[in-house]
Design a protein around this ligand. Sequence first.
Ligand code: ADP
Ligand code: MG
Ligand code: ZN
Length: 475
Amino acid sequence: MRQYETVIGLEVHVELSTQTKIFCGCSTRFGAPANANTCPVCTGMPGALPVLNRKVVEYALALGLAMNCKVNQYCCFDRKNYFYPDNPQNYQISQLYLPICRDGEIEIEAAKGKKIVRIHEMHMEEDAGKLIHDEELGCSLVDYNRSGVPLLEIVSEPDMKNAEEVIAYLEKIKMLCQYLGISDCKLQEGSMRADVNLSVRPIGSAELGTRTEMKNLASFRAITKAIEVERARQIGLLEAGGQVEQETRRWDENKECSYPMRSKEDAKDYRYFPDPDLQPVMISDEWLERVKKEIPEFAPDKKLRFQAEYGLSEYDAALLTQNRHVAGLYEETVKLSNNPKKTANWFMGECMRLLKEKGMDAKELKFTPKHLADLILSLDKGEINQEIAKAVFERIFEEDIEPLAYMKVNNLLMISDTAAIEAAVDEAMKENAKVVEEYRSGKEKVLGFLVGQVMKRTKGMASPGMVTEMLKAKL
Ligand code: ADP
Ligand code: MG
Ligand code: ZN
């Protein structure tokens, strides 16, 4: 059998987290009652006119620049005509002839090291509504809340070779979007959707094979499995002397196989034409510059800087820079705690544990960096012990309490007053005279018991080290 290599190109849709839709003022909020977020524009009423949401252009520019694209400062919207009940206008407003961005590239990191994936183009478009097939009622219902939600479609060149690279590519886009704050890119929830174009060719061949396009891949697991199955299917066809049909296939996650949706022969002619209701978009140099200036430091650079500046391990730095908000909170806290390592431990330990336990997203973290820094300093000075610190941190995490005041009011501070500890030591020695005798006659093991007695009298609020020293001195 000949040896084959896989060639993959991706079309990725990213749903933007703008407050309102791309061509009307309706809310984009997910989970509203069916058709609550609609108006004549996004339900395709005759005569209703679209008005472009400026934020969508801004978000597109930010991602385009982050992917090193060329920006078409003069770009246009086109109508892609087709009938489907979830598409009330009978056309989708998209960009075909002059997309906002072209010719970019991003670096991905897979097992074999770093690699560049070229971006063919990126364009803005509107999402369609949603059909709900109700078996009980024996009919289909339509919800237009999603109709008109802004999307960016990113089309790669066929530069990927396996599932691992595809996942690294998607993770990279996700990171860029999350750092830019333009989308949360959740495959499972549909805010990121990937269509996988795949072909195979004999190793060494310069020509591309015929590709198929797979839709409906809603998880990394599905993507991995679909690539494996489709590669084997295409090789099987070729080895049996057959040909691969250029077609769109739908992946069935449960059956773990794909089946044809439509072939090239009945590929739709969408009769694209420039949308006469929308003016061309003109992006001034000033606007572009403004967006450029606001592009943040992204995770890979931040990770390297965290290692260099804070002396963190690569693993710790990677974990702390996974989310831009967490990375920012960490840096603010370090400025005040002056202790990069201990601060990192709080973020990676207790903080992540609580996020997980409460099923929260890292972007929901809302405590004041000074509060965690104060807690770390207090622990360092021995004013509290680890266990109390954890309990206080939970209050900071949940309600952003001011730890010093909170510990004072709740009597959580260690007794630093030597007189008070001395009194407790004296009392413990007096009440355990027999044990004291045993110690003095050489049975040093009983010291632990005496320390325990003092701790009990101070309700655990004395430093065990200090108590031991004081006991030894008096014994
Ligand atoms: P269409 O507009 O018909 O979907 P495009 O030429 O825009 O086709 O390609 C869509 C995607 O398919 C791109 O991501 C591209 O990289 C990828 N692609 C094109 N040809 C191949 C091929 N032979 N093998 C794998 N992927 C391909
Ligand atoms: Mg396509
Ligand atoms: Zn609307």
